[in-house]
Design a protein around this ligand. Structure first.
Ligand code: ZN
Length: 460
């Protein structure tokens, strides 16, 4: 096992020096030693029966095969280049593709493919807005394209069939990112069933996922208690949107409409174009959000600005959130009920928390001093989730706060945040049409029928 990782990466400092920064993805030497020791002990324990009972000559073979094998790397196909002799020979090396394995870090991958530390740093800087490269997801793909001189020109990260990210080298050695243009659309599917046993079991039987079942209970929690109030024979219908790129599902889904019939009472929830859920009368079911992620208002040191230009490089460097100047250690509050979807430590964004909220809302909190929640944890509006800090690349202590609606960052200070009120009068007609169409679809079709997506938020 190769442990020749430097525990720190060097980032170019503003005055041309280097800024030593602990890389979050790397373990210190002491940790590596501990990990190695633990791994060796585990291997020994696993192999013990082989050692003790069997012929000693099998020992070395057994231990060799049990050791992790080095990953295969893709090398440029030089032979293919020399066989095909076009009039103009393209001297760019063949792109190298790497499939992420569990535990892979970008630094380790770059070392393997001979890409330098300054390129790594520049890529991570571009990634500050996306946060896609600090934790790499197993089975996603990285494609590295180099110049004839061997410099990385373009890094492509395929997160899922609908989300392909390019990090492209620009003239000054900086990288910028762009999403590959893909035409995503939503297909909706109707799920119908009858309560028999728990709602959870009944939902799974109808084809919904356990996550769907939990979300449905959460959306309707103000209206009924799923454990106590539902009885055998009660009916439910759910429309779930499924995102696709051409005909390939990307794996992202969303609940669009829910109807539960209990005796002659009906409980409903409809996702509206503002990202919130409403009942059939247009009353909000999505709990209200706080405007600010802190108890007191703090000075805004940098406002939300999608067209911001970097003061030095002049390249467009959007500011996807708002910065509040606050002293290190200030309690950071989640602005809405939700589930912690990610936590991490990014060389530029610092320690961060991401929370997914009901409907189409997501919030992010960056440059934290201490994270006080865990991935998967349920949080309530106003709950303390972290202490603000000065981690990552910052020019002083502050909290960077982002609000995303339908997958796009919006200005948290001016955006339409859920206020737990009802649909505005001028949109009520449109909403009533949506309710009527949805209920008709739910009544008409059988379980797992594909239906047109009734909910089409304007993205962007
Ligand atoms: Zn910021």
């Amino acid at each position: 096992m190769n442990i020749a990782f430097a525990p720190y990466i060097s980032l170019p400092g503003q005055q041309g020096g280097t800024l030593q920064m602990p890389h979050p993805l790397l373990l210190s030497r002491a940790h590596w030693t501990g990990l190695l020791l633990a791994t060796s002990l585990l291997l020994l324990a696993l192999l013990w029966p082989v050692f003790s009972g069997q012929n000693q000559t099998t020992e070395s073979a057994a231990s060799t095969s049990a050791l992790p094998q080095p990953l295969q790397t893709t090398t440029p196909d030089i032979e293919a280049l020399s066989i095909a002799t076009p009039a103009v020979i393209d001297t760019s090396p063949t792109p190298q593709q790497h499939t992420i394995a569990s535990g892979d870090t970008l630094q380790a991958i770059f070392q393997r493919y001979e890409i330098g530390a300054s390129t790594l740093s520049a890529i991570m800087q571009a990634d500050e807005d996306i946060l896609a490269l600090d934790v790499l997801h197993p089975d996603s793909h990285l494609i590295m394209e180099k110049t004839p001189r061997g410099e990385l020109q373009r890094l492509t990260l395929e997160l899922d069939p609908g989300r392909i990210l390019h990090y492209e080298r620009s003239s000054e050695g900086h990288f910028s990112y762009a999403w590959a243009p893909v035409e995503l659309d939503w297909q909706a599917r109707l799920f119908r069933g009858e309560i028999s046993g728990s709602f959870y079991q009944s939902a799974l039987r109808a084809g919904l996922s356990d996550q769907d079942a939990m979300n449905i209970a959460e959306i309707l929690q103000q209206q009924l208690n799923f454990r106590r109030d539902l009885q055998a024979g009660d009916q439910f219908a759910v429309i779930r949107g499924e995102e696709r790129n051409q005909d390939t599902p990307t794996g992202r889904t969303r609940l669009e409409a829910i109807r539960l019939q209990r005796g002659n009472r009906e409980y409903t929830a409809f996702l509206f174009s503002d990202g919130s859920f409403y009942d059939a009368e247009g009353n909000s079911l999505t709990p209200a959000f706080l405007r600010l992620p802190s108890k007191q208002p703090y000075r805004i040191s940098s406002a939300f600005n999608l067209a911001r230009r970097h003061p030095i490089t002049r390249r467009v460097a959007p500011h996807n959130g708002v910065d509040f100047a606050m002293p290190v250690g200030t309690p950071v509050l989640t602005t809405g009920d939700g589930i912690v979807s990610r936590t991490g430590n990014h060389p530029y964004a610092g320690k961060y928390v991401e929370i997914e909220h009901q409907g189409a809302f997501k919030t992010r909190y960056l440059h934290l001093h201490r994270i006080e929640v865990r991935r998967g944890q349920q949080v309530e509006r106003g709950q303390r989730i972290a202490q603000s800090g000065n981690t990552g690349r910052t020019s002083g202590p502050h909290l960077h706060y982002e609000l995303h609606i339908n997958g796009r960052p919006v200005d948290p200070m001016t955006a339409d945040i859920p206020e737990a009120t009802s649909i505005p009068d001028e949109q009520l007609g449109q909403f009533r049409d949506q309710v009527e169409t949805t209920l008709a679809v739910m009544t008409k079709h059988a379980n797992e029928t594909l239906v047109a997506s009734l909910f089409a938020p304007t993205e962007g």
